[in-house]
Design a protein around this ligand. Structure first.
Ligand code: SF4
Length: 379
């Protein structure tokens, strides 16, 4: 079962932490939609005619598109791919994009999962992040999604925001769990160099959250999500039982996926490719039948590294049987030897054939994962 990701490159305003490819939107999306149609048609064999079980509209901001534009994209996908009837179709929505009947109409198109970019229930955090919505708009959007009959609703939250305390995060979580959401993605704010915050950091104008506070907030997140009945199935993702994000889980479990639109990544088990991160270049290349992506064939070490990088972040962890089969004795011995050290420190644990991070290990997951990464020599 494969997945399809569509990158909608438009946003109405620049968030200060944003490192995703986007351009500030006008109302004319025809350049993108024409190019996307062509990309879908020429890449209809990328997934080897595998049945598509998940579709994900991400961005950018998919909810800047009209219902007609989303319908247009789904129609072309349905014409060019075999889409499973019991599928998961997710759309990321910004709370202030909700207009009359928007959720009902999304539901009528077959979309069955909403990912709402709440980020924080504190308006001072939203202003600091330069988000364009308020907490009141988030509450209205949630009410509207539930009223339209959406059952599978996810919320995005950001913690580790400068000025945020564990008390603030605790009240954010209490408010979050007062709604019947089925999924929560909670990310620590990261400061990337090419962002507004990155530039403020370079000029020493940003007081980042210190490590002690970050650890305290992450601990609180783990504790409160568990109390609320959520399963911590990936470092930043929590779900009610039976509601993990199938689309994202496929990424972490090496399932093939096709990424469409500027900057989107694709993976088919053998190679990884990524589309040009520029809408005009993307559209012009497709129009002129020129290459619009870069591609990397994956050697065994790169596949190993990708497997470690993704699996160790999840509750399923490293599957030792899979490692032995896919990476032979050398890969297996390498993992066992390294894991022994982390198990002794209480950072990892082994249950039958799975090696996973303990809660303590999750705090320093990036450091642990980097120790497993094998050096790869590139030509
Ligand atoms: S809405 Fe999302 S993609 Fe757009 S600027 Fe904000 S964080 Fe970036």
């Amino acid at each position: 079962m494969a997945g399809i990701y569509i990158h909608i490159p438009y946003c109405k305003k620049l968030c200060s932490y944003c490192d995703f490819y986007h351009i500030i939107s006008d109302n004319d999306h025809s350049l993108f939609l024409d190019a996307l149609k062509k990309e879908i048609e020429i890449r209809q064999d990328y997934l080897n005619r595998e049945t598509v079980s998940t579709i994900y509209f991400g961005g950018g901001t998919p909810s800047v598109l009209s219902i007609k534009e989303i319908e247009f994209i789904l129609d072309i996908l349905r014409k060019n791919f075999i889409i499973e009837s019991e599928n998961e179709i997710t759309i990321e929505v910004n709370p202030d994009d909700i207009r009359d009947n928007y959720f009902r109409e999304l539901k009528n198109l077959g979309i069955n999962r909403i990912s709402l970019g709440v980020q924080s229930w504190r308006d001072e955090d939203l202003r600091f992040l330069n988000r364009r919505h308020t907490s009141e708009q988030s509450a209205d959007a949630l009410a509207s999604a539930f009223a339209a009959g959406f059952e599978n609703v996810s919320i995005d939250l950001i913690y580790g925001i400068p000025g945020m305390t564990t008390e603030h995060l605790a009240s954010n979580l209490i408010r979050t769990f007062s709604y019947d959401i089925k999924h929560l993605s909670a990310y620590h704010l990261t400061i990337e160099p090419d962002t507004v915050f990155g530039k403020m950091k370079q000029k020493n104008r940003l007081n980042e959250t210190d490590e002690e506070e970050s650890v305290a907030e992450f601990n609180l997140l783990i504790e409160k999500t568990e109390e609320a009945g959520f399963v911590h199935y990936e470092i930043s993702n929590f779900s009610k039982p039976g509601y993990i994000s199938l689309h994202n889980t496929n990424y972490w479990r090496q399932v093939s996926y096709l990424g469409l639109g500027p900057s989107a990544h694709s993976f088919n088990g053998y190679s990884r490719q990524w589309n040009v991160r520029n809408l005009k270049k993307y559209a012009n290349s497709l129009k002129g039948n020129k290459t619009f992506f870069e591609k990397e064939e994956l050697d065994l070490k790169t596949k190993f590294n990708e497997y470690i990088l993704t699996s160790l972040r999840t509750m399923w962890g490293i599957d030792l049987q899979y490692v032995e089969k896919a990476f032979e004795k050398e890969g297996y011995d390498y993992v066992i030897n390294l894991a022994g050290k982390f198990i002794n420190y209480g950072l990892m644990e082994q249950k039958e054939n799975a090696l996973t991070l303990t809660n303590q290990g999750k705090m320093i997951s990036d450091n642990i994962i980097s120790e497993f990464i094998m050096p790869v020599q590139k030509d």
